[in-house]
Design a protein around this ligand. Structure first.
Ligand code: ADP
Ligand code: ASP
Ligand code: MG
Length: 404
Protein backbone atom coordinates (compact mmCIF):
# COMPACT_ATOMS: atom_id res chain seq x y z
CA UNK A 1 0.00 0.00 0.00
CA UNK A 2 1.24 3.45 -0.83
CA UNK A 3 1.02 6.27 -3.31
CA UNK A 4 1.23 5.11 -6.92
CA UNK A 5 1.53 7.31 -10.01
CA UNK A 6 0.36 5.57 -13.20
CA UNK A 7 0.71 7.02 -16.69
CA UNK A 8 -1.17 5.70 -19.71
CA UNK A 9 -0.12 6.67 -23.24
CA UNK A 10 -2.29 7.46 -26.26
CA UNK A 11 -2.83 3.93 -27.53
CA UNK A 12 -3.74 2.75 -24.02
CA UNK A 13 -6.76 5.10 -24.00
CA UNK A 14 -7.48 5.22 -27.75
CA UNK A 15 -11.20 4.34 -27.64
CA UNK A 16 -14.09 3.60 -25.26
CA UNK A 17 -13.06 -0.03 -24.87
CA UNK A 18 -9.48 0.91 -23.99
CA UNK A 19 -10.68 3.63 -21.59
CA UNK A 20 -12.85 1.09 -19.76
CA UNK A 21 -9.99 -1.39 -19.64
CA UNK A 22 -7.60 1.19 -18.18
CA UNK A 23 -10.32 2.22 -15.71
CA UNK A 24 -10.17 -1.38 -14.46
CA UNK A 25 -6.39 -1.21 -13.97
CA UNK A 26 -6.72 2.08 -12.09
CA UNK A 27 -9.58 0.99 -9.85
CA UNK A 28 -7.91 -2.35 -9.08
CA UNK A 29 -4.88 -0.42 -7.85
CA UNK A 30 -7.18 1.76 -5.75
CA UNK A 31 -9.14 -1.22 -4.39
CA UNK A 32 -5.85 -2.76 -3.22
CA UNK A 33 -5.64 0.14 -0.78
CA UNK A 34 -3.34 2.53 -2.65
CA UNK A 35 -3.66 6.22 -3.27
CA UNK A 36 -3.67 6.60 -7.04
CA UNK A 37 -2.64 9.55 -9.21
CA UNK A 38 -3.04 8.94 -12.95
CA UNK A 39 -1.52 10.87 -15.84
CA UNK A 40 -3.13 10.46 -19.25
CA UNK A 41 -2.04 11.29 -22.80
CA UNK A 42 -4.36 12.30 -25.61
CA UNK A 43 -6.32 9.43 -27.17
CA UNK A 44 -4.67 7.59 -30.08
CA UNK A 45 -3.51 9.99 -32.80
CA UNK A 46 -5.36 12.99 -31.38
CA UNK A 47 -2.25 15.18 -31.04
CA UNK A 48 -1.21 14.50 -34.66
CA UNK A 49 -4.77 15.18 -35.83
CA UNK A 50 -4.83 18.49 -33.98
CA UNK A 51 -1.53 19.52 -35.58
CA UNK A 52 -3.03 18.69 -38.98
CA UNK A 53 -6.13 20.74 -38.21
CA UNK A 54 -3.94 23.71 -37.31
CA UNK A 55 -1.90 23.32 -40.52
CA UNK A 56 -5.07 23.44 -42.60
CA UNK A 57 -5.86 26.84 -41.15
CA UNK A 58 -2.46 28.39 -40.53
CA UNK A 59 0.77 26.44 -41.03
CA UNK A 60 2.63 29.27 -39.30
CA UNK A 61 0.34 29.49 -36.27
CA UNK A 62 1.97 30.92 -33.15
CA UNK A 63 3.40 28.41 -30.70
CA UNK A 64 1.18 29.84 -27.99
CA UNK A 65 -1.96 29.02 -29.91
CA UNK A 66 -0.58 25.59 -30.85
CA UNK A 67 -0.20 24.82 -27.15
CA UNK A 68 -3.73 26.05 -26.50
CA UNK A 69 -4.92 23.60 -29.14
CA UNK A 70 -2.72 20.58 -28.37
CA UNK A 71 -3.43 20.66 -24.64
CA UNK A 72 -7.10 19.92 -25.35
CA UNK A 73 -6.31 16.32 -26.31
CA UNK A 74 -5.26 15.41 -22.78
CA UNK A 75 -8.32 17.15 -21.31
CA UNK A 76 -10.59 14.90 -23.35
CA UNK A 77 -8.80 11.84 -21.99
CA UNK A 78 -9.01 12.74 -18.30
CA UNK A 79 -12.66 13.79 -18.53
CA UNK A 80 -13.67 10.56 -20.29
CA UNK A 81 -11.66 8.46 -17.85
CA UNK A 82 -13.30 10.23 -14.90
CA UNK A 83 -16.69 9.38 -16.42
CA UNK A 84 -15.71 5.71 -16.84
CA UNK A 85 -14.42 5.45 -13.27
CA UNK A 86 -17.41 7.40 -11.93
CA UNK A 87 -19.77 4.94 -13.58
CA UNK A 88 -17.98 2.11 -11.80
CA UNK A 89 -18.84 3.83 -8.53
CA UNK A 90 -15.42 5.13 -7.42
CA UNK A 91 -14.65 8.67 -6.23
CA UNK A 92 -12.62 10.41 -8.92
CA UNK A 93 -11.65 13.88 -10.12
CA UNK A 94 -9.93 15.07 -13.32
CA UNK A 95 -7.55 18.05 -13.25
CA UNK A 96 -5.63 20.13 -15.81
CA UNK A 97 -1.94 21.05 -15.57
CA UNK A 98 -2.94 24.48 -14.33
CA UNK A 99 -5.15 23.06 -11.58
CA UNK A 100 -2.33 20.91 -10.20
CA UNK A 101 0.17 23.78 -10.26
CA UNK A 102 2.43 22.39 -13.00
CA UNK A 103 4.62 25.48 -13.47
CA UNK A 104 6.84 25.51 -16.55
CA UNK A 105 9.27 27.74 -18.40
CA UNK A 106 7.62 30.04 -20.93
CA UNK A 107 9.02 28.12 -23.92
CA UNK A 108 5.80 27.19 -25.79
CA UNK A 109 5.85 23.79 -27.45
CA UNK A 110 8.85 22.56 -25.50
CA UNK A 111 8.45 23.92 -21.98
CA UNK A 112 10.43 22.59 -19.03
CA UNK A 113 8.83 21.87 -15.69
CA UNK A 114 10.09 24.29 -13.03
CA UNK A 115 7.91 23.53 -10.05
CA UNK A 116 4.94 21.36 -9.15
CA UNK A 117 2.77 22.56 -6.32
CA UNK A 118 0.73 19.40 -5.85
CA UNK A 119 -1.45 20.96 -3.12
CA UNK A 120 -4.67 20.36 -5.00
CA UNK A 121 -3.75 16.75 -5.69
CA UNK A 122 -2.99 16.19 -2.01
CA UNK A 123 -6.36 17.67 -1.04
CA UNK A 124 -8.15 15.36 -3.43
CA UNK A 125 -6.18 12.34 -2.22
CA UNK A 126 -7.13 13.27 1.34
CA UNK A 127 -10.76 13.08 0.18
CA UNK A 128 -9.97 9.50 -0.94
CA UNK A 129 -10.32 10.37 -4.59
CA UNK A 130 -8.59 8.82 -7.56
CA UNK A 131 -6.88 11.82 -9.16
CA UNK A 132 -6.57 12.06 -12.94
CA UNK A 133 -4.16 14.65 -14.34
CA UNK A 134 -3.65 15.87 -17.92
CA UNK A 135 -0.20 14.89 -19.15
CA UNK A 136 2.00 17.02 -21.43
CA UNK A 137 0.70 20.41 -20.24
CA UNK A 138 1.62 23.12 -17.78
CA UNK A 139 1.29 26.81 -17.22
CA UNK A 140 3.94 29.52 -17.59
CA UNK A 141 4.58 32.82 -15.81
CA UNK A 142 2.12 34.59 -18.10
CA UNK A 143 -0.64 32.16 -17.00
CA UNK A 144 -0.59 30.67 -20.50
CA UNK A 145 -0.92 26.99 -21.26
CA UNK A 146 2.34 25.35 -22.34
CA UNK A 147 3.18 21.86 -23.58
CA UNK A 148 6.28 19.83 -22.77
CA UNK A 149 7.24 18.55 -26.23
CA UNK A 150 6.06 15.39 -28.01
CA UNK A 151 5.90 12.42 -25.67
CA UNK A 152 5.93 14.79 -22.69
CA UNK A 153 3.25 13.01 -20.63
CA UNK A 154 5.93 10.66 -19.31
CA UNK A 155 7.65 13.71 -17.84
CA UNK A 156 4.42 14.91 -16.22
CA UNK A 157 4.13 11.52 -14.52
CA UNK A 158 7.69 11.51 -13.20
CA UNK A 159 7.40 15.12 -12.03
CA UNK A 160 4.26 14.26 -10.06
CA UNK A 161 5.82 11.09 -8.66
CA UNK A 162 8.79 13.12 -7.43
CA UNK A 163 6.69 15.99 -6.06
CA UNK A 164 4.29 13.66 -4.24
CA UNK A 165 7.11 11.35 -3.10
CA UNK A 166 5.30 8.41 -4.69
CA UNK A 167 6.26 4.87 -3.82
CA UNK A 168 6.01 3.74 -7.42
CA UNK A 169 5.81 5.35 -10.86
CA UNK A 170 4.39 3.11 -13.56
CA UNK A 171 4.49 4.06 -17.23
CA UNK A 172 1.90 1.96 -19.06
CA UNK A 173 2.29 1.78 -22.83
CA UNK A 174 1.61 -0.48 -25.81
CA UNK A 175 4.69 -2.73 -25.47
CA UNK A 176 5.70 -4.96 -22.55
CA UNK A 177 8.61 -2.80 -21.49
CA UNK A 178 11.93 -1.52 -22.73
CA UNK A 179 13.41 -3.80 -25.39
CA UNK A 180 16.92 -4.20 -26.79
CA UNK A 181 15.57 -2.29 -29.83
CA UNK A 182 12.20 -1.00 -31.01
CA UNK A 183 10.19 -4.26 -31.10
CA UNK A 184 8.10 -2.93 -33.98
CA UNK A 185 11.21 -2.67 -36.15
CA UNK A 186 13.40 -5.49 -34.81
CA UNK A 187 11.24 -8.58 -34.49
CA UNK A 188 13.73 -10.54 -32.38
CA UNK A 189 14.31 -7.71 -29.89
CA UNK A 190 14.29 -8.90 -26.27
CA UNK A 191 12.54 -7.34 -23.32
CA UNK A 192 14.93 -6.12 -20.62
CA UNK A 193 14.02 -6.80 -16.98
CA UNK A 194 16.08 -3.87 -15.78
CA UNK A 195 18.01 -0.96 -17.21
CA UNK A 196 19.97 1.85 -15.54
CA UNK A 197 18.76 5.45 -15.63
CA UNK A 198 21.90 6.41 -17.59
CA UNK A 199 21.37 3.81 -20.27
CA UNK A 200 17.67 4.61 -20.57
CA UNK A 201 18.45 8.31 -20.82
CA UNK A 202 20.88 7.66 -23.70
CA UNK A 203 18.46 5.31 -25.48
CA UNK A 204 15.60 7.79 -25.17
CA UNK A 205 17.80 10.66 -26.35
CA UNK A 206 19.12 8.61 -29.26
CA UNK A 207 15.67 7.78 -30.63
CA UNK A 208 13.95 5.10 -28.48
CA UNK A 209 10.73 6.98 -27.91
CA UNK A 210 9.34 4.48 -25.39
CA UNK A 211 10.14 7.13 -22.75
CA UNK A 212 10.45 10.91 -23.09
CA UNK A 213 14.11 11.61 -22.39
CA UNK A 214 13.35 14.39 -19.90
CA UNK A 215 11.28 11.98 -17.84
CA UNK A 216 14.33 9.76 -17.47
CA UNK A 217 16.58 12.71 -16.72
CA UNK A 218 14.23 13.73 -13.92
CA UNK A 219 13.90 10.18 -12.61
CA UNK A 220 17.69 9.97 -12.47
CA UNK A 221 18.11 13.32 -10.72
CA UNK A 222 15.59 12.41 -8.01
CA UNK A 223 16.45 8.71 -7.95
CA UNK A 224 12.91 7.63 -8.81
CA UNK A 225 12.53 4.07 -10.10
CA UNK A 226 10.22 3.68 -13.09
CA UNK A 227 8.36 0.63 -14.26
CA UNK A 228 7.57 0.52 -17.99
CA UNK A 229 4.83 -2.01 -18.76
CA UNK A 230 1.96 -2.80 -21.07
CA UNK A 231 -1.63 -1.76 -20.42
CA UNK A 232 -2.63 -4.54 -22.84
CA UNK A 233 -0.95 -7.68 -21.50
CA UNK A 234 -0.58 -7.22 -17.75
CA UNK A 235 2.89 -8.84 -17.87
CA UNK A 236 5.72 -7.58 -15.65
CA UNK A 237 7.60 -4.76 -17.35
CA UNK A 238 11.06 -3.21 -17.22
CA UNK A 239 12.42 -1.45 -14.14
CA UNK A 240 14.49 1.66 -14.80
CA UNK A 241 16.72 2.23 -11.78
CA UNK A 242 20.13 3.42 -10.70
CA UNK A 243 21.71 0.06 -9.91
CA UNK A 244 20.23 -2.20 -12.58
CA UNK A 245 22.27 -5.26 -13.43
CA UNK A 246 24.21 -4.90 -16.64
CA UNK A 247 23.74 -6.99 -19.76
CA UNK A 248 26.36 -9.68 -20.39
CA UNK A 249 26.70 -8.38 -23.92
CA UNK A 250 27.98 -4.99 -22.56
CA UNK A 251 25.24 -3.45 -24.68
CA UNK A 252 21.68 -2.89 -23.47
CA UNK A 253 20.06 -1.60 -26.60
CA UNK A 254 20.16 -0.28 -30.14
CA UNK A 255 18.36 2.92 -31.14
CA UNK A 256 17.81 4.83 -34.35
CA UNK A 257 17.15 8.52 -34.90
CA UNK A 258 15.99 9.67 -38.32
CA UNK A 259 15.35 13.21 -37.25
CA UNK A 260 18.79 14.50 -38.18
CA UNK A 261 20.54 16.32 -40.98
CA UNK A 262 24.18 16.97 -41.80
CA UNK A 263 25.91 20.18 -42.80
CA UNK A 264 29.44 20.18 -44.23
CA UNK A 265 31.51 23.35 -44.57
CA UNK A 266 34.24 22.74 -47.09
CA UNK A 267 37.41 24.78 -47.54
CA UNK A 268 37.62 26.54 -44.19
CA UNK A 269 40.84 28.26 -43.27
CA UNK A 270 43.09 26.07 -41.10
CA UNK A 271 43.64 28.52 -38.23
CA UNK A 272 42.47 29.06 -34.62
CA UNK A 273 38.96 30.42 -33.95
CA UNK A 274 37.07 29.01 -36.93
CA UNK A 275 35.14 26.31 -35.03
CA UNK A 276 34.38 28.83 -32.30
CA UNK A 277 32.89 31.24 -34.82
CA UNK A 278 30.68 28.62 -36.47
CA UNK A 279 29.29 27.00 -33.35
CA UNK A 280 28.81 30.18 -31.34
CA UNK A 281 26.71 31.60 -34.18
CA UNK A 282 24.50 28.52 -34.12
CA UNK A 283 24.32 28.43 -30.33
CA UNK A 284 23.15 32.04 -30.31
CA UNK A 285 20.14 30.96 -32.36
CA UNK A 286 19.54 27.97 -30.02
CA UNK A 287 20.41 25.43 -32.71
CA UNK A 288 21.70 22.24 -31.12
CA UNK A 289 24.63 20.59 -32.79
CA UNK A 290 25.33 16.93 -32.26
CA UNK A 291 28.15 14.97 -33.90
CA UNK A 292 31.04 17.17 -35.12
CA UNK A 293 33.82 16.00 -37.38
CA UNK A 294 36.81 18.06 -38.48
CA UNK A 295 39.12 16.85 -41.22
CA UNK A 296 42.87 17.24 -40.94
CA UNK A 297 44.19 20.24 -42.81
CA UNK A 298 45.16 20.06 -46.48
CA UNK A 299 47.48 22.91 -47.27
CA UNK A 300 45.76 25.87 -45.66
CA UNK A 301 42.24 24.49 -45.57
CA UNK A 302 40.12 22.02 -43.63
CA UNK A 303 36.47 20.89 -43.56
CA UNK A 304 34.01 20.68 -40.68
CA UNK A 305 30.83 18.63 -40.79
CA UNK A 306 28.19 18.35 -38.09
CA UNK A 307 24.64 17.23 -37.49
CA UNK A 308 21.54 19.18 -36.41
CA UNK A 309 17.89 18.23 -36.02
CA UNK A 310 16.05 18.02 -39.34
CA UNK A 311 13.76 20.88 -38.35
CA UNK A 312 16.76 23.13 -37.78
CA UNK A 313 18.54 22.43 -41.06
CA UNK A 314 17.09 25.27 -43.12
CA UNK A 315 17.66 27.82 -40.35
CA UNK A 316 21.24 26.65 -39.67
CA UNK A 317 22.09 26.73 -43.39
CA UNK A 318 20.61 30.21 -43.71
CA UNK A 319 22.67 31.55 -40.80
CA UNK A 320 25.91 30.05 -42.11
CA UNK A 321 25.30 31.31 -45.64
CA UNK A 322 24.55 34.79 -44.31
CA UNK A 323 27.75 34.78 -42.25
CA UNK A 324 29.87 33.18 -44.96
CA UNK A 325 32.05 36.27 -45.23
CA UNK A 326 32.81 36.17 -41.49
CA UNK A 327 33.49 32.43 -41.33
CA UNK A 328 35.25 32.07 -44.67
CA UNK A 329 34.53 28.79 -46.42
CA UNK A 330 34.47 27.62 -49.99
CA UNK A 331 31.08 25.91 -50.09
CA UNK A 332 28.45 24.20 -47.96
CA UNK A 333 26.82 20.76 -48.49
CA UNK A 334 23.68 19.71 -46.69
CA UNK A 335 21.73 16.46 -46.57
CA UNK A 336 18.71 15.28 -44.62
CA UNK A 337 18.58 11.70 -45.88
CA UNK A 338 20.78 10.34 -43.13
CA UNK A 339 20.11 8.68 -39.81
CA UNK A 340 21.95 7.89 -36.63
CA UNK A 341 22.15 4.35 -35.30
CA UNK A 342 23.51 3.92 -31.78
CA UNK A 343 24.37 1.20 -29.32
CA UNK A 344 24.06 1.97 -25.61
CA UNK A 345 25.43 0.08 -22.65
CA UNK A 346 27.00 0.96 -19.33
CA UNK A 347 29.07 -2.20 -19.70
CA UNK A 348 30.99 -0.93 -22.73
CA UNK A 349 32.95 1.74 -20.86
CA UNK A 350 36.02 -0.47 -20.43
CA UNK A 351 35.61 -2.65 -23.46
CA UNK A 352 37.01 -1.25 -26.67
CA UNK A 353 35.95 -4.36 -28.61
CA UNK A 354 32.32 -3.29 -28.45
CA UNK A 355 32.69 -0.49 -31.00
CA UNK A 356 34.67 -2.81 -33.28
CA UNK A 357 31.86 -5.38 -33.20
CA UNK A 358 29.37 -2.72 -34.26
CA UNK A 359 31.58 -1.61 -37.16
CA UNK A 360 32.08 -5.24 -38.18
CA UNK A 361 28.31 -5.77 -38.38
CA UNK A 362 27.95 -2.70 -40.62
CA UNK A 363 30.89 -3.74 -42.80
CA UNK A 364 29.44 -7.23 -43.29
CA UNK A 365 26.18 -5.63 -44.45
CA UNK A 366 28.11 -3.28 -46.74
CA UNK A 367 26.77 -0.19 -44.97
CA UNK A 368 28.96 2.87 -45.20
CA UNK A 369 29.61 4.97 -42.08
CA UNK A 370 29.74 8.74 -42.59
CA UNK A 371 30.56 9.81 -39.05
CA UNK A 372 31.22 8.21 -35.68
CA UNK A 373 30.78 9.52 -32.19
CA UNK A 374 31.46 7.74 -28.90
CA UNK A 375 31.04 8.35 -25.20
CA UNK A 376 31.49 6.17 -22.12
CA UNK A 377 28.21 4.37 -22.67
CA UNK A 378 27.35 4.75 -26.35
CA UNK A 379 28.63 4.53 -29.89
CA UNK A 380 26.72 6.33 -32.64
CA UNK A 381 27.23 6.14 -36.38
CA UNK A 382 25.78 8.27 -39.10
CA UNK A 383 24.58 6.32 -42.14
CA UNK A 384 22.28 6.77 -45.14
CA UNK A 385 18.66 6.87 -44.01
CA UNK A 386 17.69 4.10 -46.42
CA UNK A 387 20.02 1.71 -44.58
CA UNK A 388 18.48 2.41 -41.15
CA UNK A 389 16.41 -0.72 -40.58
CA UNK A 390 19.03 -3.03 -42.04
CA UNK A 391 21.72 -1.42 -39.90
CA UNK A 392 19.62 -1.77 -36.75
CA UNK A 393 18.96 -5.41 -37.52
CA UNK A 394 22.58 -6.40 -38.22
CA UNK A 395 23.95 -4.46 -35.26
CA UNK A 396 21.26 -5.90 -33.00
CA UNK A 397 21.99 -9.44 -34.23
CA UNK A 398 25.71 -9.00 -33.69
CA UNK A 399 25.20 -8.27 -29.99
CA UNK A 400 22.12 -10.21 -29.05
CA UNK A 401 22.19 -13.35 -31.20
CA UNK A 402 25.54 -14.42 -29.82
CA UNK A 403 23.77 -14.83 -26.49
CA UNK A 404 21.47 -17.55 -27.75
P1 ADP B 1 2.79 5.95 -25.46
O1 ADP B 1 1.69 6.43 -26.33
O2 ADP B 1 2.34 4.87 -24.50
O3 ADP B 1 3.54 7.04 -24.78
P2 ADP B 1 4.91 5.69 -27.41
O4 ADP B 1 4.44 5.42 -28.80
O5 ADP B 1 5.33 7.06 -27.06
O6 ADP B 1 3.77 5.16 -26.42
O7 ADP B 1 6.10 4.70 -27.02
C1 ADP B 1 5.95 3.32 -27.17
C2 ADP B 1 6.62 2.88 -28.48
O8 ADP B 1 8.02 3.06 -28.37
C3 ADP B 1 6.47 1.41 -28.79
O9 ADP B 1 5.27 1.14 -29.45
C4 ADP B 1 7.70 1.12 -29.63
O10 ADP B 1 7.41 1.05 -31.00
C5 ADP B 1 8.62 2.32 -29.40
N1 ADP B 1 9.98 1.95 -29.01
C6 ADP B 1 11.12 2.48 -29.56
N2 ADP B 1 12.20 1.94 -29.02
C7 ADP B 1 11.78 1.05 -28.08
C8 ADP B 1 12.46 0.16 -27.17
N3 ADP B 1 13.79 0.10 -27.11
N4 ADP B 1 11.71 -0.59 -26.36
C9 ADP B 1 10.36 -0.54 -26.40
N5 ADP B 1 9.67 0.27 -27.24
C10 ADP B 1 10.36 1.06 -28.08
N1 ASP C 1 -0.09 13.73 -26.51
C1 ASP C 1 1.27 14.16 -26.55
C2 ASP C 1 1.96 13.61 -27.80
O1 ASP C 1 1.34 12.93 -28.60
C3 ASP C 1 2.03 13.82 -25.30
C4 ASP C 1 2.23 12.35 -25.05
O2 ASP C 1 1.60 11.50 -25.68
O3 ASP C 1 3.06 12.04 -24.20
O4 ASP C 1 3.11 13.89 -28.00
MG1 MG D 1 5.12 8.28 -25.37
Amino acid sequence: MGLIVQKFGGSSVANAERVNHVAEIITNTYKAGNQVVVVLSAQGDTTDDLIEKANEINPKASKREMDMLLSTGEQISVALMAMAIGRMGFPVVSLTGWQVGMETSSHYGNARIKKVSGTRIQEELDRNKIVLVCGFQGVNKYDDVTTLGRGGSDTTAVALAVALKADLCQIYTDVDGVYTADPRVIKNARKLDEITHDEMLELATLGAKVLHNRSVEMAKTYNMNLEVLSSFTGKPGTIVKEDAKLEKTHVSGVACDKNIARIALVGLQDKPGIAYRIFSMLAKEKINVDIILQSIGRGNTKDISFTVEKDNLAEAARILEEKKHLIGFDHMNTTDTISKVSIVGAGMANNSGVAALMFEALYEANINIHMISTSEIKVSVLIDEEDSEKAMQVVHDKFFNIMQ
